[in-house]
Design a protein around this ligand. Structure first.
Ligand code: GRF
Length: 203
């Protein structure tokens, strides 16, 4: 399966997915990285992997619609079977979601539907929850919305800070995301009992 990764920054989830493709855990290949920030660390990672990348920055466009069109055009150019949002800090345009139905997945550092949006780990600390975690889900048109694929829980300790909790969640994000991508690429993912096959992708 051809995987395109959208990322905005550090790219540790992207690294985990790429590593899993390389070592055969995932029956896939990262064929492109699309990033909305020039200079993001994920671009260094793509160079190291010899994977092509496309930088698309909002400030280079007249408006959001033109930006979203450029993102769609870049994604289509890589002919992906699956798009993985990995530390991607924007909401996908509806044009992208409609172009790749049930073929865009995302990882969110909270147990959805709790704590959608930014700083989810901080939201968990402020809410005083005793259990936090991460969610891998299909991307719908809403913010951090869409059918849940897998969730992993981690304990929250009384002396946790946003950083200590984020680190504990991140440790689980990588294997969680890899498990979900591996299942997708084996055509084993279903939504409400309907088989989500990646087979209708480009070959
Ligand atoms: C991760 O915690 C991810 O869940 C969130 O932002 C962080 C990005 O990490 N969206 P990375 O860029 O994958 O290292």
């Amino acid at each position: 399966k051809r995987i395109v990764i959208f990322a905005s920054g550090r790219g540790s989830n992207a690294e985990a997915i790429h590593e899993a493709c390389e070592n055969g855990t995932v029956n896939g290949e990262v064929v492109g990285v699309i990033c909305d920030h020039a200079g993001a660390q994920v671009l260094e990672r793509a160079r190291r992997w010899n994977v092509p990348s496309t930088v698309i920055e909002l400030k280079s466009f007249e408006n959001k619609a033109a930006f979203n069109d450029a993102l769609l055009e870049a994604a289509v150019s890589y002919k992906p079977d699956l798009i993985c949002l990995a530390g991607y800090m924007r909401i996908c345009g509806e044009n992208l979601i409609h172009a790749f139905p049930n073929r865009i997945i995302n990882i969110h550092p909270a147990l959805l539907p709790s704590f959608r949006g930014l700083h989810a780990q901080r939201q968990a600390i402020e809410a005083g929850v005793k259990v936090a975690g991460c969610t891998v889900h299909f991307v719908g048109t809403g913010l951090d919305d869409g059918p849940i694929i897998t969730q992993t829980a981690v304990p929250v300790y009384d002396d946790d800070t946003e950083d200590t909790l984020s680190a504990r969640i991140l440790e689980q994000e990588h294997p969680s995301y890899v498990r979900a991508v591996a299942a997708y690429c084996r055509d084993e993912l279903t939504i409400e009992g309907h088989h989500v096959s990646g087979m209708h992708g480009h070959h």
